[in-house]
Design a protein around this ligand. Sequence first.
Ligand code: AMP
Length: 639
Amino acid sequence: MTFSELGLRDEVLKSITDLGFEAPTPIQQEAIPYLLKSESDFVGLAQTGTGKTAAFGLPLVNNVQSGTRLPQGLVICPTRELCLQISKDLENYSKYDRDTQVVAVYGGTDIRRQMTQVKSATIIVATPGRLVDLINRKAIVLQEVQCVVLDEADEMLNMGFKEDIDMILRQTPEEKNVWLFSATMPKEVAEIAKNYMTNPLEVSIGHKNQGNQNIDHIYYSVKEKDRYAALKRLIDVNPDIFGLVFCRTRHETQSVAEKLSKDGYNAEPLHGDLSQAQRDNVMKRFRERTLQLLVATDVAARGIDVDDITHVIHYQLPDDIENYTHRSGRTARAGKKGESLVLINTREGYKIRSIEKQIRTDFTVGKIPTAQEICGLQLTSLIGKIKDTEVKEKEIEKFLPAIFADFEDFSKEEVIKKFISVEFNRFIDYYGKAGDISTDGGRDSRDRDSRDSRDSRDSRDRDSRGDRGERRERSDRNDEGKTRFFVSIGKRDGLNPGGLLRMICDEAGLTSSHIGKIDVLPTFSFFEADDVHTTKILSTVNGANYEGNQVNVEVTKKKAEPRRSSGGGFGGERRSSGGFGGERKPFGDRERKPFGDRERGGERSSFGGNRGGDRGGFSGGRSSAGGGSRPRRDSYGSK
Ligand code: AMP
């Protein structure tokens, strides 16, 4: 099938030719003819890398032809990265449509400029929090919107954007098309489809939760003490790697990136402690491929859409195995091949089993290459590169007589040896000294491992089912085993649910599956998290910095109570006595009283000794976790 058979306008077809797309991908073949119809609600179950952006972007651009200056197309997506990527793609698709104006709307950047830009937009690509902000400021009118695209709907709901999405959709006309794309179909996503769509066409590319078939999944079992050395070998054995290394926490991310950089690798970290400008800079270099290795946390790497990543390396597996699919999906995009390499210690074999079940694909057992293998491979690669190097005759002409004179006394063999040694000595020096890393490899040993730990694996499997179950149940407010936390900042400090979730996950090294309900209120907020992470949260999130505000976190009461199904909302739940030292008033009263003027030191006493400027009550926990005062960070507010 060719693009010209799909029914797109000539201008759009021309832009496709410019992009070099030859034939539509399967999701494009299914979606585009249908979405070109005037009435079309659509659910696309597709991973990133399948060509889904063009699957909705081409018909969107095709259909939105100006006539009015109000936006007619609206794309909502979870992260700033994705927002920029989609708007760039839409600009490419509409480059021959002079009247089409694509404007990206996302947090963490000057809102006033965006308020001006949206005035001329015909298509808006937005993250939910910032779009709600613009709506509240009456800077944007969505009454002419004919088509709303919800991209990565599962991610948006994971990040706590459900209420924002509902609010946005209420601003759009009753008569419109809604196109929803999601990698997975949890209950909450199905509910959105039910509430906002009429008989949508549902197209699924691959199994709902199945990963990309072009990825080879390989795991390496090593002793914990050898983890970093093993990482280096995996990099060294792939001289042309363009890779993403995942760590679990910001601290680990920073430390691994620093170590790699010190050891001579072209690596940079990406995590929530960096300012937005620093993150943009790192991403720009990675995109341009002047940076070879990006070391990232799960949260910071959300929405990274960079083509041609050859390897995803899991320095540590994510706590939530669903994140494994998100991570590994960064490679093998657009039909290319990729490898997902996992480092586990000898006790983590059961995690591989769980992931295999989840992605319905078997892992291969890898063996960490020996020093000799790596040296041989690097040498071959180096020789290949030297042979392929273009000689810029003209530019070096004038230096050659002196160079030849310098080498007069050397034989051809000696010259070759010298040139190779310039690069290769680094490997000899390192690997000459390095002992070999024993790999606890082989399916046998894993079977042994899994037999030995059958009980723990079974219970872990149950746990992970529980995890997913709980994620699905989140909207049912099944809060068993959750602790509720108070957070000292709220909407007025620029906080939104996504920003809060990002901060918690990033600071505490958790994933969204560990977090329950999030309530961001005008001057303070609440969130729920699994009981087991309470200490971690108090020692890491508490004291963090959100857009210049120090954040205090406190447990409100031991357990989050099951929410009442009938009405009541906050009032019902919070009337019970609680953790702020004293009986709680109904919510409406409390909202401003104890915390409303929380700048005044006296009020702080209610947070358990966290008085005025003295953060002692909490900093104890922080300093034990290596904290202390932190640099200002602007990143969580952005999406
Ligand atoms: P996506 O799934 O939208 O993130 O797209 C993944 C990559 O595939 C992007 O780099 C697109 O530019 C590219 N792509 C999308 N459609 C096609 C196509 N029909 N032919 C070739 N490349 C494509």
